[in-house]
Design a binder for this molecule. Structure first.
Ligand code: SAH
Length: 243
């Protein structure tokens, strides 16, 4: 079943129009014809399914036959707070953690490693990461597209709201993931992971002041993207719906 992202659909729509890049994909890449069954989702939980009625010059019309809400979603509200990495590692992280079921990925500019993005660049990159999240959601069959942000380190620490806060810190000697997740009764979780060069002791102090609890992933030092994917997987397994 092919999925298309159309942000402004409503639960009681009886027809839906697919336009823009989603339409180009439908027509040029997939060459779908009238009669094909498709799903259209809004990235906020709503999915409408039906048949293509017509394929025109710049839009396709879908007749809706059914709807679902929150299909494919974990009940766990987990946000990854991740230091910006070089190259296309952010894309990899967005793709994999979307599949594993995060509700949000908040990148922060990491002092000492990758230079902070200026406003224009940041806007472009966030747009690109959102696109990756949409494609990953389609591919894995989830109906909520994770929220993607890019902020500075102080805002990343401060803007976390309620819930459990965990910082992955390779110099933590005693506390492991199991210790902290045991007895955790749901509620939002923020998982903070360092950039390529890791955290300084001051960064971790700052995180602790903001309510983050340092946790080790074991004796081996993982690359930041590995730590992010492993950390999200462990939490989703223990408290969410992975496994
Ligand atoms: N200090 C390092 C390692 C950075 S690893 C260096 O000098 O390169 C990048 C990030 O992955 C870390 O900031 C941390 O958040 C996470 N990480 C990697 N291995 C970890 C481990 N064994 N336990 C907890 N976090 C780890």
């Amino acid at each position: 079943m092919r999925w298309f992202f159309v942000e402004d659909i409503k639960a009681d729509d009886s027809i839906v129009r697919i336009t823009g890049t989603e339409f180009t994909h439908l027509k040029k890449a997939l060459r779908l014809k009238p009669g094909s069954t498709v799903s259209v989702f809004n990235g906020r939980g709503l999915k409408l399914s039906g048949r293509i009625e017509s394929v025109g010059r710049d839009n396709a019309v879908v007749t809706v036959e059914g709807s679902t809400f929150n299909e494919g979603e974990s009940a766990l509200d987990l946000t990854l707070v991740q230091g910006l990495l070089k190259g296309d590692k952010p894309e990899l992280i967005v793709q994999k953690t979307t599949e594993i079921g995060v509700k949000g990925v908040c990148f922060y500019s990491a002092p000492r490693t990758v230079p902070a993005l200026d406003e224009d660049k940041a806007r472009d990159r966030v747009q690109r990461w959102r696109r990756v999240a949409i494609e990953a959601a389609k591919q894995c069959g989830r109906t909520v597209v994770p929220r993607i942000d890019y902020v500075d380190f102080a805002s990343a620490l401060a803007g976390r709201g309620e819930g459990l806060r965990v910082v992955l810190w390779e110099n933590e000697r005693s506390r492991g993931m199991g210790d902290i997740l045991e007895g955790c009764k749901g509620g939002p979780i923020a998982l903070l992971v360092g950039p390529e060069g890791g955290f300084s002791a001051d960064d971790v102090d700052e995180a602790v002041k903001n309510g983050f609890i340092p946790v080790s992933l074991g004796r081996r030092i993982l690359r930041a993207e590995t730590a992010a994917i492993a950390g999200v997987s462990i939490i989703q397994h223990r408290l969410g719906d992975l496994g």
